[in-house]
Design a protein around this ligand. Structure first.
Ligand code: HEM
Length: 216
């Protein structure tokens, strides 16, 4: 198994807490771990590092986008970013990397037993939140890449405005309290997306990693 190790957070939503705040709290540790793993795997200090960063992003996102496109309600399918990443990689004279393993949050065993059966819309909200929310971090990274690359490196992915538009629409849906089953389903899917990404960043097998398979 990959060396992914973080305790899947057991976050209890407070009264009136928004779905977004709950998702952030539940996955904060996973995000920090992923941020560090990605900086360790590539970073973006040189043109080669940046190409490596984009290749990692492409490999990780392909199965996530495929699952959302095949399963999520239309308004929860974020704009695809892999074509933008492919364009950036081509501009850097790089070929496309192999995809990472299939992603399927419905295959995550439900535990504890009280968790309601898998609900595709709830899972879609969680998965869409992670991909769309990552555009916030991408904005910050884009500024650094612009500075380091002297404005010469391609930014189709990091500067993607379509994802920011999707993010603004999604906010209306997540900046309100959610029913416990929705919050639980969205959180588990978000954790699964982070685990998938982390496994790719660490060079492991994403399919082998689920929040349940990660020791607390
Ligand atoms: C590569 C290193 C990364 C860095 C430096 C980074 C940085 C950041 C920063 C600065 C924010 C806060 C932005 C703000 O509040 O304005 C953020 C939020 C977020 N990032 Fe990342 N990020 C990284 C990777 C990722 C990846 C790979 C994903 C997902 C696969 C991701 C998902 C998210 C999510 C879901 C949020 C929170 C959205 C919200 O506020 O609801 N990040 N990130």
């Amino acid at each position: 198994m990959a060396s992914a190790s973080y305790a899947a957070a057991t976050h209890q939503a407070g009264p009136g807490e928004s779905l977004r705040a709950g998702l952030r709290a539940a996955t904060m540790a996973a995000h920090d771990l992923l941020d560090h793993a990605m900086q360790a795997a590539s970073g973006w200090e040189t043109r080669e590092d940046y190409a490596c960063f984009l290749a990692l992003q492409h490999a990780a996102r392909e199965p996530l986008e495929a699952w959302l496109a095949a399963n999520a309600p239309a308004d929860l399918v974020p704009p695809r970013q892999t074509p933008l990443i492919a364009r950036d990689l081509a501009a850097l004279d790089q070929t496309l990397p192999p995809s990472s393993p299939r992603f399927d949050p419905s295959q995550t065993p439900a535990s504890p037993a009280s968790v309601a059966a898998f609900h595709v819309e709830h899972a879609s909200i969680g998965a869409a939140w992670v991909l769309a929310g990552s555009a916030l971090g991408n904005k910050a990274i884009a500024k650094q890449v612009t500075r380091i690359g002297g404005g010469q490196w391609p930014l189709a992915f990091l500067g993607d405005e379509a994802m920011m538009g999707f993010w603004q629409d999604l906010r209306a849906r997540i900046e309100r309290p959610a029913a416990p089953a929705e919050a639980e389903g969205a959180t588990r899917a978000a954790e699964a997306v982070f685990a998938h990404f982390l496994a790719v960043a660490e060079g492991g097998q994403a399919s082998a990693i689920t929040p349940e398979s990660i020791p607390a």
